[in-house]
Every structure is written in structure tokens, then in C-alpha cells.
Design a protein around this ligand. Structure first.
Ligand code: M6R
Length: 611
């Protein structure tokens, strides 16, 4: 939610900021703005996307070797020119870009109004800019101290870059809750919400920790805590290449990421499965394995697509490791008073590793004494830093807002964990274990086969592109795939879609079925096959249109359904990894046919760092 980029060095800042904002646009795209600082002060900002900002700056002064930029996902105040960042303090002393939420902004604003401050925007960020300025002017301290003092009054989350117009050669950055990465170059520094705007210039980065402040000029970088304790920055090599964050020949990131799944899944299990395919090693959880194996229960916390992966995990852990599992929306779990104890293992699943609700849920479970395991994609993000142990998914950067390859990598990790723990608990026999590991390694080739049917899937998309409502049905571990299919469709094409356990249809949703209702049924061969065939008949009897995802060679459903999409045969526990692919492709094509912005759907952002 919101992307920040900043530069201080000897190059012209403008192109670095613009390119950086384009890379961060997946984090929010309601408005964009930049401030160029050392050669005069120029602030440009407008509602809309980075391309609108470029038009807005066209013909204006864009020189300067220090600057900051912001791309916004609106929280306080609608998307507008006024609410766009950077925000200037009333007397023009401070310029601020911010990612996060200042929770006590209303109280702070009231105090500032009483002191004579006026506000031009509805944002919490402008409150912070004025708070810093007020302290700076009243206490007559330097900019750094004014920032630190202001932050002691702030409740909430922030990734901040601040410039004081009296100290134009330096930037001040601070982090609490929202990510900030510093790129270290030769007499130059880069700042960004993630490493994607930085990798083009340097592979040396510092991931800022919570409550740290960095004071950065061309010559040096000072790190300290908000309370003024010196901090030694830990410089790391970032593991990210430019090609990974480029669309290449694909029209959209989403399509590229769908097509990457054979390799992203292989990357997830690479080095974690023995050559003879008889063993799984998950180095990140080796030490926690005894605790997981003897856990009373596993609680999975996540949001959105990651929550759907968690539901697949529930099925796998219960079936193969025989541990009771609860899957919780992180946002619900954290605001209830859940019963969590030291005998519980909490698994947090998150692509970004920054989702505020998931982060808060694991902090709460940690305080209750549970063992916390993370399954995350973004290395160095906040969630892996809060967990006791974890497994990275290694899916590579996922830029499209609609999650695709992150889901299949999360399911791959959960599958490996369930098998490993099942074996350790003697719940899974050696033969089944080895057979399933072997089957897992065949998944990438099977996905390649499914991808070959893109043309056929696109034709189905053409038929249903104008639908207003769509149902998705599945059973067992394919029920979460139905939920995921529905989420993919609604988030990028704005068609109302719902996922249901197929057997639940007769308890309500069946009332919706008529000749205008497309119903996707995930009906591969497994132990509920006969039951789902009956569910398809129930839909057909009411003239619903059935699009069935079936196992290759299926003739029974092929004779009943309006359309079928075949996937290769596989072990039933691995079917989510295959059956989700056609659903991703169909959502993609329906959204493109409807003229929607596939990679940046309205109102959404990739990384939800607000609660
Ligand atoms: O980064 P996370 O996995 O924690 O994100 C959770 C959800 O916000 C995310 O999965 C969201 O639902 C996706 N846009 C769905 O495609």
C-alpha cells in the first residue's frame, strides 16, 4: 500500500524516481508525486498514475540530484491532487512521503489547528509534516531531532522519507511497520518500499528495522533508533535481477506470472527434495520440526489468496500429518480473543510478508507462546522477521496484483511440510510419501501441458465475458481452488463470483442457477468424483452452463458439461496445483476482453499494509 522511492547522490534524480515509481505502482495507483530538492524545491503531484505524473511534469524543471517520490493507495481522503504525496508543511520547512497510517492523526491535527496550523489535504501525512515542523520551529532543534521527537508522539505505521528545506542535502528516513529498503551505491543512496527500484543501480541493500531512523546524505549514512541509540546498518546482497521485474514479451505481468509457474514451482522445491525424490529437507524449519510434529493443532493465518492456500494446507495437514488445523482470516483472528497456547503452531502465509493483519496476528500468537512459522515470498520482509522459523517460497517477484504463482508456490511449500511432518509423525507410510514426492516433481511438466490449452480457454472466456454472476464449485482440497477461481475473476474483471463447496450448492446458491449462470466445476478424478458428477447434473437440470475442469480423458463429464478443460492426471492431493491454472487463465482473458486493467485492478494494491 503506497510506494516510496527516494534518491540522494550525483545523478539526476528525476528518471530514477519515475522509473522507481513505475516499479512500485503495484503498491497503489490512486495518485503519484515527486519532490526534487537541492536545485530549488519542486513538488509535482497529481491524481492518477505515474504516466499522468510524467505528463504533469512535462516542460517543468526536473533537475536536482536529491528527491523523493510516492505512489498512493488512498486511506485518508479520496484520490485527488491535494491528497497526493509529497506533502509540505504549512511553512514549507518539511516535505514528506509516507506509507502507512498515523492512527492518532485526528488528535494530533486538532492540537496543531489549535496552534494555528491550516491543512490543505485530508491526509494523516500532512499532519505529520506539520507536527515535525511545529517541533522544529518551537524547540529550535535540527531536522533529525524534530523528526525523532515527532515520531515519539505518533501511533501507527510508517515508512517515511522526509526532507527539511533548511538542510536540503540530506534525507531522513524512518520505519515502523511499513517496509523501507536503502540501496547503497558509491556516493549515492537509494530508498524504496522494496528493492525493485534499486536493483538496477546496486545490489547492496539495508532492510531498515522498525523504529529506526536513517539520516542520509551523499557522503554518509547514519542509522539510529528513535531514542537516539546508534545502530550499525547491516548491508546485504539483494537476490533480485532486473529480468525478474520486467514484463518481457508478455502483455501483462499476470500472464507472465501464470506462465512462470512451471519454473516457480520447481524453484520452490529445488534443493529441498533429494535426488532420488525420497526425502524432503526444509532447512528453515529443521529446528522447529519437533515442535510442529508434536503440536496440539496448527493454526494457519493469512489473507486473500494466501488464505486459500492455507485452506489447501488444512486438507493436506489433516490428511497426511493427522494434525488438527484451523485456518483463520488474520483480520478476524487478531480482533477475537482466540485461545492460543504454547502447544500450538501458527503458520502465517503471505506473499508480500508485509500484510498488516497477518503481521498483527502472528505478534499476538507469539505473545501467547505459540511457535510461529512463516511461509513468505519476499525475502527480508516483515513477517519472516517476526517468525521463529519459516520457509521462503522462492516464486520470484510477483508484480501483478492478482496473485498467481505465489499461490502455487505456497501450496507447494504446504505440501512439502505436510508430507515431511506426516512422515515424522509416522502418519504417512514410506511408499505413499515417496510416491507423492515423486508426483510433486512432475507438476511443472503437467502445468506446461495445461498452458498449451490457453487458446481453448480463451474461447471459453469469449463466451462468458459478459456474465454478471459466476459460481465456482469444488470439493475437498478443490473447494479452496473454487474460492481462488472466484477471487481471481472478481478482482480483475469486476464480475461478481462466488466459490462454494459443491455439496453446499443445494443449501442456497442453487436458487441462482438459470440459463445465464456459468458454473465452473472443478471435477478431477478423486474420491468425491461421483458426488461432483451428481452436482453437475443438478446444475444442468436447472439449465446452468457448466464449465468443468476435468482429468484428461474423462468422458462422463465431457458428455454432460457445456465446456471442459482437461488437466493431466495427478495424485488427488496435488490437484489444486493443476486445476487453478485454467481458472487463472480464464480470469485473465475475461478481464482483458472486458478492457480491464489486469495488473492494476481498481481499488486494489499488492501489499496491504493497512489494517
Ligand atoms: O501478500 P499477502 O499474501 O499477505 O497478501 C494477501 C492478500 O492481500 C492477497 O493474496 C490478495 O488477496 C491478492 N490480490 C489476491 O489475488
Amino acid at each position: 500500500m503506497c510506494g516510496i522511492v527516494a534518491y540522494v547522490g550525483e545523478r539526476t534524480a528525476y528518471p530514477i524516481l519515475i522509473k522507481g515509481l513505475q516499479r512500485l505502482e503495484y503498491r497503489g495507483y490512486d495518485s503519484a508525486g515527486i519532490a526534487l530538492l537541492n536545485k530549488g524545491i519542486h513538488v509535482y503531484k497529481c491524481q492518477g498514475k505515474v504516466k499522468d505524473l510524467e505528463k504533469h511534469t512535462n516542460g517543468n524543471a526536473i533537475s536536482g540530484t536529491i528527491g523523493m517520490g510516492h505512489t498512493r493507495w488512498a486511506t485518508h481522503g479520496e484520490p485527488s491532487d491535494n491528497n497526493a504525496h509529497p506533502h509540505e508543511s504549512e511553512n514549507g520547512k518539511f516535505i514528506v512521503v509516507h506509507n502507512g497510517i498515523i492512527e492518532n492523526y485526528a488528535h494530533l491535527k486538532k492540537e496543531l489547528i489549535n496552534r494555528g496550523y491550516n491543512f490543505k489535504s485530508e491526509t494523516d501525512t500532512e499532519v505529520l509534516a506539520n507536527l515535525i515542523e511545529n517541533i522544529y520551529l518551537e524547540k529550535k532543534v535540527d531536522a533529525e531531532l524534530a523528526v525523532r521527537l515527532a515520531l515519539t508522539k505518533v501511533v501507527g505505521a510508517y515508512g517515511l522519507v522526509i526532507s527539511c528545506t533548511d538542510e536540503k542535502d540530506q534525507l531522513i528516513a524512518a520505519r515502523k511497520g511499513s517496509p523501507l529498503v536503502i540501496g547503497v551505491g558509491d556516493k549515492e543512496y537509494f530508498l524504496a518500499s522494496d528493492a525493485t527500484p534499486i536493483v538496477e543501480y546496486t545490489d547492496q541493500v539495508i532492510y531498515m528495522n522498525d523504529e529506526e531512523v536513517a539520516i542520509i546524505s551523499r557522503e554518509k549514512l547514519d542509522m539510529k533508533s528513535i531514542q537516539n541509540d546508534a545502530k550499525v546498518p547491516k548491508i546485504q546482497k539483494v537476490d533480485l535481477s532486473i529480468e525478474e521485474i520486467d514484463k518481457g514479451d508478455y502483455e501483462h505481468f499476470m500472464l507472465k506470472e501464470i506462465y512462470e509457474q512451471p519454473s516457480s514451482i520447481a524453484d520452490t522445491y529445488r534443493g529441498r527434495i533429494s535426488l532420488d525424490k525420497s526425502k524432503i529437507f526444509l532447512g528453515g524449519i529443521t529446528e522447529a520440526l519437533p515442535a510442529i510434529a508434536k503440536a496440539n493443532r496448527i493454526i494457519i493465518v493469512a489473507c486473500g489468496t494466501s488464505w486459500h492456500a492455507g485452506l489447501v494446507g488444512e486438507y493436506l495437514f489433516e490428511e497426511y500429518a493427522r494434525i488438527p488445523v484451523e485456518v483463520e482470516y488474520a483480520s478476524e483472528f487478531r480482533y477475537r480473543n482466540p485461545v492460543v497456547s504454547a502447544d500450538d503452531v501458527v503458520i502465517a502465509i503471505s506473499q508480500s510478508g508485509e500484510t498488516a493483519d497477518t503481521l498483527a496476528a502472528i505478534k499476538m500468537a507469539k505473545e501467547a507462546g505459540a511457535t510461529i512459522i512463516g511461509i513468505c515470498n519476499v525475502a527480508g520482509s516483515s513477517i519472516p522477521r517476526e517468525t521463529h522459523a519459516g520457509v521462503y517460497t522462492h516464486a520470484g517477484p510477483e508484480i501483478g496484483v492478482a496473485s498467481t504463482k505465489a499461490f502455487t508456490s505456497q501450496v507447494t511449500v504446504l505440501t512439502m511440510m505436510a508430507l515431511l511432518i506426516g512422515k515424522k509423525r509416522l502418519a504417512l507410510d514410506e511408499i505413499t510419501y515417496s510416491h507423492m514426492v515423486d508426483e510433486l516433481t512432475q507438476i511443472p511438466e503437467k502445468i506446461k501441458e495445461i498452458l498449451k490449452s490457453e487458446k481453448h480457454i480463451k474461447e471459453i472466456a469469449e463466451t462468458y465475458q459478459k456474465a454478471s454472476n459466476v459460481l465456482y464449485l469444488g470439493r475437498g482440497c478443490l473447494f479452496p481452488v473454487a474460492l481462488e477461481g472466484a477471487l481471481k475473476l472478481k478482482e480483475i474483471s469486476y464480475i461478481h463470483a462466488e466459490g462454494y463447496p459443491a455439496a453446499e450448492m443445494k443449501h442456497g446458491p442453487i436458487a441462482l442457477i438459470d440459463e445465464n449462470m456459468p458454473v465452473f466445476v472443478i471435477a478431477t478424478k478423486d474420491k468425491s468424483y461421483e458426488k461432483i458428477v451428481s452436482n453437475i447434473q443438478e446444475v444442468k437440470a436447472r439449465n446452468g452452463k457448466v464449465i468443468a475442469i476435468v482429468t484428461k480423458g474423462d468422458t462422463v463429464i465431457t458428455n454432460m458439461a457445456d465446456h471442459v478443460i482437461e488437466v493431466p492426471d495427478c495424485h488427488e492431493a496435488l490437484a489444486p496445483l493443476l486445476t487453478v491454472i485454467p481458472l487463472q487463465i480464464i480470469s485473465y482473458h475475461i478481464a482483458v476482453l472486458r478492457g480491464c486493467n489486469v495488473d492494476q485492478p481498481r481499488n486494489l494494491a499488492k501489499s496491504v499494509t493497512v489494517e
